[in-house]
Design a protein around this ligand. Structure first.
Ligand code: DX5
Ligand code: ZN
Length: 216
């Protein structure tokens, strides 16, 4: 089952509650929340109080993508804020296995994300420890960037590992997905598809979601 996971990074933050509700009205089940610390990535986005506020507005699955250094410090806070899936970056934590298990100990799903330059082979042993692998298809930090073509090979690599070792693994792709690139990522094996600018551009959330679904 393929799920489109809109990234609220490209939403209008002055009316975030409405934007989130409008995703739900359009049949969206998973919302992708990008947390940036200005250290792991060269940008600062939103954090715990914002997630808490929108948690009151919707029952959608909160897929929280932590682009922060040493994420273990904040896991409990993100769980309390209402996260359902918490993804950390392989490059941001010296003890990823420990942090993944720590996330799971709260009863939420745990994901591991790879920057474009990090090979899939680095997380081979974690494939049946994590619930999700997130392949970054742009260098993280900003919405609206161009899809990096070799990401499709990385998705295929993860899919092969998942078929062998973890049939329930969620394979997520994030960055540069639009109506022209979405077919390629779905065919490569991704089943959670993040899209930010392609969902919110021009304010036509319904039309944009429809175009993306048709593009699959
Ligand atoms: C990038 C974020 C993405 C981003 C995707 O650092 O992790 O989730 O918002 O935006 P688009 O879909 O516009 O590339
Ligand atoms: Zn993201």
């Amino acid at each position: 089952m393929i799920k489109l996971a809109p990234s609220i990074l490209s939403a209008d933050f002055s009316k975030l509650g409405e934007e989130v509700k409008s995703l739900e009205k359009n049949g969206i089940e998973v919302v992708h929340i990008d947390v940036m610390d200005g250290n792991f990535v060269p940008n600062i986005s939103l954090g715990i109080p914002v997630i808490k506020s929108i948690r009151k507005e919707t029952k959608m699955i909160f897929d929280v993508h932590l682009m922060i250094e040493n994420p273990s410090r904040y896991i409990e806070d993100f769980v309390k804020s209402g996260a359902d899936i918490i993804t950390i970056h392989y490059e941001a934590d010296k003890h990823v296995d420990r942090t993944i298990n720590y996330i799971k100990s709260f009863g939420v799903k745990a994901g591991i994300s790879l920057n474009p330059g990090t090979p899939v082979s680095f997380i081979k042993d974690l494939i049946n420890v994590v619930d999700m692998v997130l392949i970054m298809s742009v260098n993280p930090g900003f919405g609206g960037q161009k899809y990096i073509p070799y990401s499709s090979d990385k998705i295929r690599e993860v899919k092969e590992l998942a078929d062998k070792f973890n049939k329930d693994l969620i394979i997520e792709v994030d960055g540069g997905v639009n109506k022209d690139t979405i077919k390629e990522v779905v065919e490569a094996g991704a089943n959670y598809i993040v899209a930010g600018s392609a969902v919110f551009k021009g304010g036509d959330i319904s039309g944009n979601i429809k175009a993306l679904k048709e593009g699959m």
